[in-house]
Each structure stands twice: as C-alpha cells, then as structure tokens.
Design a protein around this ligand. Structure first.
Ligand SMILES: NC(=O)c1ccc[n+]([C@@H]2O[C@H](COP(=O)([O-])OP(=O)(O)OC[C@H]3O[C@@H](n4cnc5c(N)ncnc54)[C@H](O)[C@@H]3O)[C@@H](O)[C@H]2O)c1
Length: 382
C-alpha cells in the first residue's frame, strides 16, 4: 500500500449526525488519516474532541476560513477536505478550499443555488481539484449492481420510475418549532429554500439519475408544511417527465409515522423491473418479463464485476451505511492517487457522485419549490 492520504474535516463534532460516520467509513478503507479539523463548538470542547480524533492541537480550528488559510499555506497540505456542516456552509467552505487547490468531498445538498454550484464546478476545474458529493445511497453494492444491469440493457428501455422516501425521526421537533428551538433543517437560513425536498428529495433524484442516466425534462411539485410553526416543507409530491419519454413519481416526507429511513425506488423497463429498498440494501429485486421475480444478494458470485468489487464481507453478513460511504471514499481516493500519479482524470469514470450531480440536485429542489410556488405547475429543467 502506498503512503496514506491526509484529509481534513469541517463539522462533525461531538453529537453531530453524519461526520462520525464519514470518519468511520474512511477508517474502514484504511487509506487516509484525519490530520486537521474545524468546528464552531466552544474552544475547550473543540480541542478535546479534536485531540480525541487524533488531530494535533495546532491543526484544530474554530472556523473554515481560518482553516483554509492555514492549511492552504502548508507544504504538507491535506489531500482533501470533507465538509459535513449544515447546508448553508457548504458553498463558502468548498470555495475556500478549492481556491487553495485542495480536493473537496461535500455533503448534499451541494449548496443553495444552481449558480453557486456552477461556481464551485468552475473553481474546481480552474484549480485542478476533484469534487465528490456524498449521495451515500449510490455507494451501496446493490446500487452499483442496479446501475450495471441498466447499462447492460437487462430491464430494457425505462418507462416509469417510482421513488419514495418517508421518515419520522424529526416528527416531534417539526411539530413543536419555535423561533428559539428550530432544527437547522427547518430553518431557511441554514437549510435553504427546501427542507424535505432538499434533504431527502435530492437523494431520490440522485439515485435515479445515477442508476438510470435519465435526465429530468420537467416536473410539477406540491410541498406541504404539516404541524405548527414550520415554514419549510416536510412532505413532498412530485410528478416527473424525463427526456426521452419516461415518467416518474417521487414522494418524500419527514412526518410519515412508522417509517425510519424508508428510501425505496422501483425502475420499470420494457423488459423488466428493479426494486431497491435502502433498509434492505443487501438485496435487489430483479423481475424479468415472463419470469418469477429474483432476489439478488450482495456478495453472491453472480453479481456483475462492477458491483462485486465493492463488497467487503461474504453474502449474508449485512453491510450498511458506513460501507456505502466507504465505497464512495474508495472511488475518490483512487481518483486522487491517479491524479497524483499524473494521469488524466475523468471523474465520471470513478463511480463517485460528482459536482455535476450535486448541481443537478440543487436545480431539482429549486425547481420543485418554483413549481409549488406557482401552483404546482410544470416547470422545465434546462
Ligand atoms: N448523505 C447522507 O445520507 C446524509 C445524512 C445526514 C446528513 N447529511 C448532510 O450532512 C450535513 C450535516 O448534517 P448533520 O445531520 O450531521 O448535522 P449536525 O447538525 O448533526 O452536525 C453539524 C456539525 O457541523 C458543525 N457546524 C455548524 N456550523 C459550522 C460551521 N460554520 N463551521 C464548521 N462546523 C460547523 C456543528 O457544530 C456540528 O458539529 C448536512 O448537509 C446534511 O444534509 C447527509
């Protein structure tokens, strides 16, 4: 194994949801180590948490600006920065590091506006920086299998897509919002113009486009705000027309009692159907016309080589969210190593979700809000 890569992180302090999962995923691959970290929590807690993570005290920062200035000036620069803050800080933090020529991994949704996303893409290109957006559900082995089966023509020409993503973990917080007690996901200043549509809807949009290659031509969307005091959507229904004639229905909700994280996507072609259920992500249901449905199992020998290479333990030993992140990091580290070796990089060839996919997600949720505000009318995607 060649020398370990070095990375920094912004966000993901004690009690944060996703930063620790990213660090665990990177540890599984054993290809990189955390050497710099920034968070806005109070200094004493920050120093303790950073040292506990193995970061040297002089590389623990109280803001991403300070971190970008200091880390960007070092000879032994980090290979990439990992941005796991609330949405509002993705754009300025990514920009600060791209301008130093440092590769970026950013959580979704990428930013607030398509213009910000295009800006990040341009700055990345100008500075030779790679950019991954952690749409984690594309990292599951069975997502890679579904993508390859579509590419191999197994289900034929796609006709319809049904995507749903109900949750209820924020239900109590969303029903009791006050000005002083608001989850950042329900605060437009931190979340952006959309809540469920940006947080969850973009996962559906991304998974479908990642797996099928379909591009949305137009959509019509209704947003609901159930409960008291909320201003952002917590329930979303969208009708989709794809370029080429396929259609779709996407539904997501943060107030669907009884559902944990129930992303389910069905893709119907003229030869067959694929069904992926996130909470049962070690399996993929494949139905071919005129045959009984089959359940493909992650780790089985019959999977395509493109999917099989991401499996880590034998079939029947479940892999999950952390392994899915690890697969995205595995792709990203491969691109960084190839770039360091002087190879020409085409980011789409590595398998991780790219900055363009991040931009598509931002355009998707903004168009959903535009459609809703105009009375759930059809709006075109450029
Ligand atoms: N891919 C996924 O499946 C997935 C899952 C969960 C969250 N997310 C995304 O990850 C991001 C973080 O979500 P979360 O649930 O972990 O949030 P969180 O509130 O649990 O954690 C946010 C962390 O960022 C820190 N922070 C806040 N402002 C900061 C700033 N200006 N600079 C540095 N640090 C700052 C907080 O102190 C905290 O440590 C969001 O964009 C969210 O959409 C993605």
């Amino acid at each position: 194994m060649s020398e370990k890569l070095k990375y920094g992180m912004i966000g993901g302090g004690p009690g944060a949801f996703i930063g620790g999962v990213h660090r665990a995923a990177i540890r599984i691959n054993d290809e990189a180590e955390l050497v710099a970290w920034a968070d806005v929590i109070p200094e004493e807690a920050r120093l303790k948490a950073g040292v506990d993570m193995g970061v040297a005290p002089d590389r623990i920062y109280g803001s991403f600006d300070e971190m970008a200035a200091a880390e960007g000036a070092r000879e032994d620069k980090i290979d990439w920065i990992d941005i796991v803050t609330p949405n509002a800080f993705h754009y300025p933090a990514a920009k600060a590091f791209l301008e130093k020529g440092i590769h970026v991994v950013c959580e979704k949704p990428l930013c607030f506006t398509k213009e910000q996303g295009e800006d990040l893409k341009r700055i990345a290109a100008e500075n030779g920086a790679l950019f991954a957006v952690t749409y984690v559900y594309t990292g599951h082995v069975m997502a890679r299998e579904a993508r390859q089966l579509v590419r191999d023509g197994v289900i034929g020409e796609i006709r319809m897509v049904m995507g749903e993503y109900p949750q209820d973990w924020l239900l109590d917080a969303l029903e009791t919002i006050t000005e002083d007690n608001k989850p950042w996901r329900a605060d437009p200043k931190l979340s952006g113009r959309g809540a469920a549509v940006a947080d969850l809807g973009t996962h559906i949009e991304n998974w479908v486009s990642y797996v099928t290659g379909l591009q949305i031509e137009k959509l019509a969307c209704n947003l609901d705000v159930f409960g008291k005091g909320g201003v952002l959507d917590n329930n979303v229904e969208a009708l989709i027309k794809f370029k080429g004639g396929a259609t779709g229905i996407y539904w997501t909700s943060q107030v669907a009692i009884g559902f944990d994280n129930a992303l389910k996507i069905r893709i119907f072609g003229d030869k067959g159907t694929l069904e992926f259920v996130q909470e049962e992500n070690n399996y993929l249901r494949v139905s071919l016309r005129g045959e009984p449905p089959k359940i493909y199992s992650r780790g089985a020998g019959y999977l395509t080589p493109e999917a099989k290479k991401y499996g880590r333990v034998p079939t029947g030993h479940p892999e999950g969210l952390t392994e899915a992140f690890a697969n995205i990091y595995k792709d990203f580290a491969a691109a960084i190593r190839d770039k360091k070796a002087g190879k020409d990089i085409v980011e789409d060839d590595y398998g991780y979700p790219t900055v363009q996919m991040g931009i598509d997600g931002v355009e998707f949720f903004n168009k959903c809000v535009d459609s809703h505000e105009a009375g759930a009318v059809w709006v075109n995607i450029e």
